[in-house]
Ligand binder design. Structure first.
Ligand code: CP
Ligand code: NVA
Length: 301
């Protein structure tokens, strides 16, 4: 059976450390101008049902840097609207590519794709999870914060939040999750995170969550595919004062955001453009983290 990366806990905590260590090593090599080409002649097929900037460009660039190649397939290229069953897509692409990265809406579709794939499948985001983002987030936290730092998630209990919560549990970070009750992270995800032993608190008060946090992480209030919930969600988040702004934060609190960001909604322009924002480091670390992941999944170390 191939190793799939549907969510961050498809890795063991030790494997997660290996991915992050490999990512850090590859980043240092690149900084020295050295290219590690251990994926030469390997191909990554990338299947996108939703838009993307960082995920697409970081995977494609990463494969080039590792000596391999990436193929971009958008919804029209492969007929994701029903041209053929997802199982047939998965089995066919597996016969050409060495690994497949998918960005699908429905997590059940990802599970179905994985079931039929004969090469590793990497989840590049579903409605339920964004584990590649978590790898970059954990690498960024390692680089910029102490290991005993307190982190607060303030915003929607969405795909990015869910994977991040599990990742924090796996590396033992002290996390406070602050969402409106209507958009809370389901208990099943919190249980998956707590099983690893990390401390995860819950609140729906952004001020309580931000107090004492070394870093605050937020994401959009309305995710891709949630257009019909837009007005209802915006009203709840505004009412609960979930915006990450200078008034909410201590002077030295750092700020994380997976991007794209909506200035004036979940975060202010001033905070996003300030020195406290680690968002560009996070965006860059998508590249290094995914190179580490592909290296491990393809058994290339
Ligand atoms: N953070 C992230 O996944 O960005 P994209 O949607 O642009 O890939
Ligand atoms: N929660 C966002 C993340 C985008 C990277 C979305 O799903 O649209």
């Amino acid at each position: 059976m191939p190793r799939h990366f549907r969510d961050v806990d498809d890795l063991s905590p030790a494997e997660l450390e290996t991915v992050l260590d490999t990512a850090a090593d590859l980043k240092h090599s690149l900084d020295r101008g050295e290219f590690e080409t251990h994926l030469s002649n390997r191909t990554l097929a990338m299947l996108f049902e939703k838009p993307s900037t960082r995920t697409r460009v970081s995977f494609e660039t990463g494969m080039t840097q590792l000596g391999g190649h990436a193929i971009f397939l958008g919804p029209e290229d492969v007929g994701l609207d029903g041209r053929e069953p997802i199982a047939d897509l998965s089995r066919s692409i597996s016969r050409y590519a060495d690994a497949i990265m998918t960005r699908l809406f429905d997590h059940a579709q990802l599970e179905a794709f994985c079931e039929h794939a004969t090469v590793p499948v990497v989840n590049g985001l579903t409605d339920d999870a964004h584990p590649c983002q978590t790898l970059a987030d954990l690498l960024t936290i390692r680089e910029h914060l102490d290991s005993d730092s307190s982190i607060a998630w303030i915003g929607d209990g969405n795909n990015v939040a869910r994977s991040f919560v599990v990742g924090c549990g796996m590396v033992g970070l002290d996390l406070t999750v602050c969402t409106p009750e209507e958009y809370a992270i389901d208990e099943g995800v919190l249980d998956r995170a707590r099983k690893f032993g990390g401390t995860i608190e819950e609140t729906s008060d952004p001020r309580e969550a931000a107090a004492g946090a070394e870093a605050v992480y937020t994401d959009v209030w309305v995710s891709m595919g949630q257009g019909n919930e837009r007005e209802a969600k915006l009203a709840v988040f505004r009412e609960g004062e979930f915006q990450v702004n200078a008034d909410l934060l201590d002077s030295d609190t750092q700020v994380l955001h997976c991007l794209p960001a909506h200035r004036g909604k979940e975060i202010t322009e001033g905070v996003l453009e300030s020195d406290r924002a680690l968002v560009w480091e996070q965006a860059e670390n998508r590249l290094h983290a995914q190179k580490g992941l592909l290296t491990v999944l393809l058994d290339a170390i």
